[in-house]
Design a protein around this ligand. Structure first.
Ligand code: SF4
Length: 256
């Protein structure tokens, strides 16, 4: 919440309006009033923020929410043409313009940061766009292009989401007509000792694979992180993972 508050204050000060979305499609609120936005964020279980300057319709992009001064930030683009973006109801042209504005602004200010990393989640539906994405990312001058594998929930029977180039896939055929994780599952996970993930409302979960916060280790609104980190719930989760990771649903489909 602290991060959201900072972001909202910063963005409003820059003259942006802010939309709060519940999940991916539903716009809860659109305003330039600080308290309205904070109330809207608090009212939904998930929140994505989109920043708009209505009078310049082209300046709409999540890329623009990145405050200068941070050492490292990311802009995400999963598709490189309108066909796919329209499918997901995202305004690709606008996002692209936003990215360009961010790059231009950084150049104008003579800064090297924020470092701009373009991430692309490769699926069977967009892998054909990789060559053009490589060319484009060079042309516009992002610092790095990351081609990332995608986690797929129901992969066992195969799906069009699995790329044909298995170099970009977390899954491979198991030789029996179904699919399995490429990486062999071992009863260990470095992430359990490296960090935790905090959801927008203060719940501490073991990692970003727990997208639905099914394994809540504690609540930062109630306890300090140090206490949660050493809590019984956390210790039990780590022990279970070391003894038999396959018993934890999120760990079964994890490439770590
Ligand atoms: S899903 Fe399980 S194995 Fe994967 S990173 Fe999270 S805790 Fe570790």
């Amino acid at each position: 919440m602290k991060a959201y508050k900072h972001l909202v204050k910063y963005s409003l000060a820059q003259g942006y309006n802010i939309s709060v979305w519940d999940g991916e499609e539903w716009q809860v609120s659109h305003s330039n009033k600080y308290q309205n936005i904070i109330d809207a964020i608090e009212s939904v279980e998930e929140a994505n923020i989109v920043i708009r300057v209505p009078e310049y319709g082209n300046r709409v992009a999540w890329a623009l929410i990145i405050p200068f001064g941070l050492e490292d930030d990311e802009t995400v683009a999963d598709y490189t043409d309108n066909e796919f973006m329209m499918k997901w109801s995202l305004a690709y042209d606008k996002a692209q313009k936003g990215l360009m504005l961010l790059l231009e602004e950084r150049k104008k200010q003579g800064r090297e940061f924020p470092r701009i990393v373009l991430q692309f989640l490769v699926t069977g539906q967009n892998e054909h766009q990789i060559p053009s994405l490589k060319t484009w990312s060079k042309e516009i001058g992002v610092d790095e292009l990351q081609l990332k594998t995608t986690q797929i929930y129901d992969f066992e029977n195969g799906t069009e989401l699995i790329p044909s180039d298995l170099g970009y896939s977390r899954y491979i055929p198991d030789g029996k007509g179904t699919w399995k994780l490429k990486k062999q599952m071992e009863n260990k996970c470095w992430r359990m000792w490296q960090g935790a993930v905090v959801t927008w409302d203060g719940k501490v979960v073991p990692c970003c694979f727990d997208k639905d916060a099914k394994h809540v280790m504690g609540d930062l609104r109630v306890d300090l992180m140090g206490k949660i980190w050493h809590s019984m719930a956390y210790q039990q989760f780590r022990t279970q993972l070391l003894e038999d990771r396959s018993q934890i649903e999120i760990c079964r489909n994890c490439s770590e």
